[in-house]
Design a protein around this ligand. Structure first.
Ligand code: FAQ
Length: 338
């Protein structure tokens, strides 16, 4: 089917098995894989890898890709209503970047032998996850600034360590993504700074948006380490370099200082500096809300999925036309070469 990615590779161990009896046992393949991880070498698409490593990479990378694509919707909703041409151009560029991130990530996941059609089918039929954060509505213009500041801020905090992920194609995709996310975070902060220097109504709008997005942003890092079902394996394999709780703490520590510069308060009465820990303590996260949102019962889950499915169905003629064009061109080239 239609895909922009390279042909799916046959894994190295299958290629060798197809050539004849294996000279290396599975245990030796595993030992070579472990040694590569120990040396800090990248695992590449055609290298042997344990099935569970491949599965968790496809799971994480495809969820990440879906998050970028679904993540275009809350902000895309404001492109026609941006308050100036400058803000509209910035927002257009940002939303377009998110689309690009999704495409690099689908391509990275495809190198593991899963087709884009399979991944999209899993999204469209509700079997695949995407980040909980994109199931919340964008009610005012200040939400767009807050998404840049907090949501992109959380995304960068989580994604910079992924640039050192053990799987080469994912790590390399993350380098460009993080550069762009950094611009997204800064534009969000700057947009809020302008609003905070404006009228009281604008400041109130920012505060209201911060109040609504703060806790969902903390949930982006995933459940506490004790409940992180994939975390242990992912850390062992060098996919995740830092656990969910440590990243969440780093995010809180950085953001509290930024909130002071902006002049907004964070909606947590338990937020206080802990001298002994050298970190900001924060209050309990409502994990029931997180589970409900991830389980499909957030404020916008149904709307987000319906929008993506409609876009996919409406775009069928474009994919068909592109395939027909590619077939025609190939036939023309074959005739010319004959
Ligand atoms: N939402 O065992 P763990 C962005 C699931 S991109 C939904 O700890 P893991 C850019 C998790 O999948 C944002 N589900 O999982 C942007 C697992 O379920 P499963 C996305 C979540 O993988 C900005 C279960 O809970 N970023 O924002 C969430 O070790 C602005 C147990 O969790 C990435 O995807 C959640 N928040 O750690 C775009 C980064 N958290 O799969 C537009 C890459 C957890 O077993 C506008 N991903 N779950 O069925 C990661 O770093 C990891 O996958 C984590 C979760 C840290 C998200």
């Amino acid at each position: 089917m239609y895909t922009q990615a390279m042909d799916l590779p046959t894994p190295a161990h299958e290629q060798i098995a197809a050539r004849g009896p294996m000279t290396l046992t599975e245990r030796e393949w595993q030992a070579q894989f472990d040694a590569k991880l120990d040396r800090g070498d990248f695992i590449e698409a055609k290298d042997w890898m344990p099935d569970a490593y491949r599965r968790t990479l496809v799971r994480q990378i495809s969820q990440h890709a879906h998050s970028e694509i679904v993540g275009m919707l809350p902000e895309g909703n404001w492109i026609t209503r941006a308050p100036s041409l400058k803000r509209k151009a910035i927002l257009l560029a940002k939303v377009q970047d998110e689309g690009g991130h999704g495409l690099y990530l689908y391509a990275a996941a495809e190198t593991l032998g899963t087709s884009r059609d399979e991944m999209l089918d899993a999204l469209h039929t509700g079997r695949a996850k995407y980040s909980s954060i994109f199931n919340y509505p964008t009610l005012t213009w200040a939400d767009i600034g807050v998404i840049g500041w907090l949501v992109d801020g959380a995304a960068i905090m989580n994604q910079v360590p992924l640039c050192r992920c053990s799987y080469g194609p994912y790590a390399r995709a993350m380098i460009r993504i993080c550069k762009e996310e950094s611009f997204h975070q800064r534009q969000g902060f700057e947009s809020l700074l302008v609003l905070m220097r404006g009228t009281q109504a604008q400041r109130d709008m920012v505060q209201d948006a911060v109040n609504r997005w703060w806790w969902p942003s903390l949930m982006m890092f995933g459940p506490p380490d004790g409940e992180s079902t994939n975390g242990g394996d992912s850390m062992k394999w060098g996919i995740k370099r830092i656990g969910n709780d440590a990243l969440r703490q780093k995010f809180v520590d950085a953001t509290v200082e930024q909130a002071k510069v902006l002049g907004v308060s964070l909606p947590d009465p338990d937020l206080r500096w802990n001298e002994a820990r050298g970190h900001w303590d924060f209050g309990p996260i409502d994990w029931d809300e997180f589970k409900a949102v991830v389980g499909g019962h957030g404020p916008c889950n149904k709307e987000r999925l319906a929008t993506r499915v409609k876009a996919w169905n409406d775009g069928a003629w474009v994919r068909d036309a592109a395939l027909a064009h590619a077939r025609k061109r190939e036939a023309r080239e074959q005739r010319a070469a004959a």
